[in-house]
Design a protein around this ligand. Structure first.
Ligand code: ZN
Ligand code: ZN
Ligand code: ZN
Length: 285
């Protein structure tokens, strides 16, 4: 429709709509792959395919908005502003109706996965874009104001670009192995160190495989005088703190009774851990 009527707004809205179809397809495909079993070759399973799919969708949005910006630039520099208002209007109204239907469907399935939820908000914004197309069609049709078409086209491309931001904000911290938003590493360490028998928690790594699947890895230095039979209950308590109080799915703790063979003390919170250790007077350095 965008190509037939010569309208940039329609073209912009059209590729935008196409991006939804592709995004939903990619997200569903990723969810299907993510459900595959864990194997010796993929000990984390296929969960990250959902993250990769979201990244792919975000980058695809850059691509199509770049194309629209290029088209807009091309049209301005060639004074190419004619668009057929009536045709724009008819196709625009059709797009608006489709958008309303998609919003209703997605609203019902929203909340099942990050990708579906992202797609929902995306389509909601798209509804506004469709309204913009219809408005600019009326302006072009009634007043022959071709610039309105161009402006709405660029506006939709900007919206397209903007919606990739929300996706990237969710995806990049996961890919950077960042600490999950709901976990405060210092509070977590402090809570664990408050357990009698624990002297220092260090070499803490906490990251997200995919939303809802968080992993914690840490060393726990025990009081050397702690009787052996108390180690197991203590570990159970520490695991419960991480799982229940901090909502971490997968917890691995390495128990140490001295720091002699610990070569991994160089990670997140090391300096702070060192400070805490010095205050407690249990670290040699
Ligand atoms: Zn959209
Ligand atoms: Zn480490
Ligand atoms: Zn250690």
């Amino acid at each position: 429709g965008g190509i037939l009527s010569g309208s940039l707004a329609l073209l912009s809205d059209g590729v935008h709509m196409l991006s939804h179809a592709i995004a939903i397809g990619v997200a569903l495909f990723a969810m299907w792959i993510a459900g595959r079993e864990v194997s010796p070759e993929r000990t984390f399973g296929y969960h990250r395919t959902e993250v990769i799919a979201a990244l792919y969708n975000a980058l695809f949005l850059w691509l199509i908005s770049g194309w629209i910006f290029y088209e807009a630039f091309h049209r301005v520099s060639h004074a190419h502003l004619e668009a057929q208002g009536l045709m724009m209007f008819i196709i625009g109204v059709g797009g608006l109706i489709i958008n309303v239907i998609v919003v209703i469907i997605l609203h019902r399935t929203s909340g099942q996965s990050v990708n579906i939820e992202a797609a929902f908000w995306h389509v909601f914004v798209d509804l506004l874009a469709s309204v913009g197309v219809v408005v600019s069609a009326i302006l072009v049709w009634a007043f022959g104001w071709g610039l309105a078409d161009l402006m709405v086209g660029v506006l939709i491309a900007l919206l397209t670009l903007g919606s990739s931001w929300g996706l990237l904000k969710k995806v990049l911290p996961v890919l950077m192995e960042g600490t999950p938003e709901h976990v405060d590493v210092y509070r977590l360490c402090a809570a664990m160190e408050d357990v009698p028998g624990v002297t220092l928690v260090h070499d803490v790594h906490c990251w997200t495989i995919v939303a809802g699947y968080e992993v914690l890895m840490a060393h726990v230095l025990l009081d050397p005088t702690l009787p052996a039979e108390e180690v197991e209950p203590l570990l159970r308590r520490l695991r419960r703190i991480a799982k229940q109080d901090f909502d971490i799915t997968h917890v691995t703790l390495q128990v140490e009774q001295t720091l002699e063979d610990c070569t991994e003390g160089h990670h997140v919170g090391h300096l702070e851990a060192l400070e805490r250790g010095k205050k407690k007077g249990i670290l040699p350095f």
